[in-house]
Design a protein around this ligand. Structure first.
Ligand code: GLN
Length: 533
């Protein structure tokens, strides 16, 4: 394709409508027709990236292979498109301002007054077009975070307005809005959609298509009414009804003709074949599975499923490929004690110990790990979860009662988990951890090797602390082996207990690298172990 096409996705009425899923689904449909697609997210908040954000604010912090701490929607983009994203796929207001202010300090603006329009909007537009400049993609989908009408998203909407003029026929705008159902009146109400579109129009942006989130089917009348009031063609009013799984949404969008509307507007053929076969096969497996696999995910954000988005999705992928229906229970680690652990975990086929920072909830994690270890229940520890496995083993097997991580107790006598050497001089929190892809060499005798089916793997990281190598011999003699090692730094990446059914801890985060069409091998193997009686 000669010109890169730009699609913008905005949201209105309420937040959390699933712009990320709609963007990913449209991306999937275009990809299925043979186009090269990437999706990027522009977030209006002032943090440089979500790395310093508490999960209570924006859920999980996703990590790209090039080591960028990113919005969790990038996880959806990767899981749907099966194409890695980079730091260029997620830009915040903070980064825009940082760039503009650096240019100002360098004197790049030649004495001009630096203003939101045109300097901030120019920088936003430059960043929006960045991925397109490499000519690698046919379509760039840009999701604008937040809700239309928010003060902080104004410069982004203004940039979209300007880009519509600059890009001309190579631009398409989708507005996603909510149609509430009033139970008392037994009616769907379109007024909030109309107001939201009006707000967008006041800012100079006319949407080409409307995707309406709804819990009930939209009647022909409703579609007609919305089309009339919002200056949108009737067939460009798309229903997005609640689905049992996010992975059904591409098919629902295909049925509604979203990809056709987009292609038509760009003057591209709509009768080309669309290959969604592999995707449908995954969905079939997921929907047809009846036998349940019950997994307990132990973490301190159990009330906040978004905090563990990539882990939950990886478990869904792995369960489907093992022909199992996933029954996932989020178990609050702060509520676990020696007294209640059997009651909380006895029905589980497997246990996942979540990553995290700080000491809150770690005591419960130790209790859960001990239970999994002593009862031969498949147990999977990720990052802090792996570190907790190491600490628990030191305390209850090696006999070092006070063993700890220096993150949790600075003065611990047995620092079996310690700060990485290169982290010791760092005082800033933002973007300074060991981040992104690193190599790991697996021991050929290990279960991890069997899972991956190869010796050299690469997985993504996000941590400051590491296994303390001084204790390695003691661990190996007592039955916990270090079976994955970074070939350059010798850092321990994977521990496992060979005598156990499946007890593996990884310093890396395999969950950031599991997609629908390329599920993560370690998750697949974990679920497989959970299904073995
Ligand atoms: N807090 C631990 C560290 O910094 C683990 C981090 C994590 O679980 N992502 O090493």
């Amino acid at each position: 394709m000669t010109d890169t096409k730009y699609i913008f996705v905005t949201g209105g009425v309420v937040s959390s409508l699933g712009k990320g899923i709609i963007s990913s689904s449209l991306g999937k449909l275009l990809q299925a027709r043979g186009y090269k697609v990437t999706i990027q997210k522009f977030d209006p908040y002032i943090n440089i990236d979500p790395g310093t954000l508490n999960p209570y604010e924006h859920g999980e912090c996703y990590v790209t292979s090039d080591g960028h701490e990113a919005d969790l929607d990038l996880g959806h983009y990767e899981r749907f498109l099966n194409v890695p994203t980079t730091r260029a796929n997620n830009i915040t207001t903070g980064r825009i301002y940082q760039n503009v202010i650096s240019k100002e300090r360098r004197g790049d603006y030649l004495g001009k007054t630096v203003q939101v329009v045109p300097h901030i909007t120019d920088e936003i537009k430059r960043c929006i077009r960045l991925l397109g400049s490499k000519k690698q993609f046919d379509f760039i989908i840009t999701e604008i975070g937040g809700t239309v009408g928010d003060i902080e998203s104004l410069p982004f909407i203004e940039s979209v307005r300007q880009l519509r003029w600059e890009l001309g026929k190579n631009c398409f705008c989708i507005h996603l809005a909510y149609v509430p159902y009033l139970a008392a009146a037994k009616e769907l109400k379109t007024k909030p959609v109309q107001h939201s579109v009006k707000q967008l129009q006041e800012l100079g942006v006319q949407p080409d298509a409307l995707v309406l989130r709804t819990e009930h089917t939209l009647s022909e009348n409703i579609r007609k009414k919305v089309a009339l009031f919002c200056n949108v063609a009737e067939d460009a009013v798309i229903e997005s009804i609640d689905a049992a799984s996010i992975y059904e949404v591409p098919l629902l969008m295909q049925k509604e003709g979203l990809d056709k509307i987009v292609l038509q507007k760009f003057g591209l053929p709509i009768d080309t074949p669309s290959d969604l076969e592999p995707w449908k096969q995954f969905l079939d497996k997921m929907q047809q599975a009846t036998e349940v696999v019950k997994i307990g995910l132990v973490g301190k954000y159990a009330e906040l499923p978004d905090a563990y988005k990539s882990i939950t999705e990886s478990l869904h992928h792995a369960a489907a490929y093992n022909d199992r229906k996933l029954k996932l229970e989020l178990i609050h680690s702060q509520q676990l004690t020696d007294q209640n652990i059997a009651e909380k975990l006895s029905g589980m086929d497997g246990i996942v110990i979540a990553p995290g920072f700080g000491s809150r909830g770690t005591d419960g994690k130790f209790v859960a790990i001990r239970y999994g270890r002593e009862n031969n229940i498949p147990t999977f520890g990720i990052c802090l979860g792996m570190q907790c496995m190491v600490i628990e083993f030191a305390r209850n097997v090696l006999g070092y009662e006070e063993a700890n991580s220096t993150e949790l107790d600075r003065n611990t006598k047995h620092n079996v988990i310690d700060m990485m050497e290169e982290q010791k001089g760092i005082s800033d929190y933002g973007g300074t951890m060991r981040l992104g892809n690193y190599e790991c060499v697996l021991d050929k005798k290990s279960k991890a090797f069997v899972a991956y089916g190869k010796e050299r793997i690469q997985e993504r990281h996000r941590h400051r602390f590491e296994f303390n190598d001084r204790y390695r011999n003691e661990y190996e003699q007592a039955g916990m082996s270090c079976v994955g090692i970074n070939p350059d730094t010798k850092l321990v990446e994977v521990v496992e207990i060979p005598a156990h059914k499946w007890f593996i801890g990884t310093q890396f985060h395999p969950e950031y690298n599991s997609t629908v069409l390329s599920p993560n091998p370690l998750f697949i193997d974990f679920i497989k172990a959970c299904t073995k009686k």
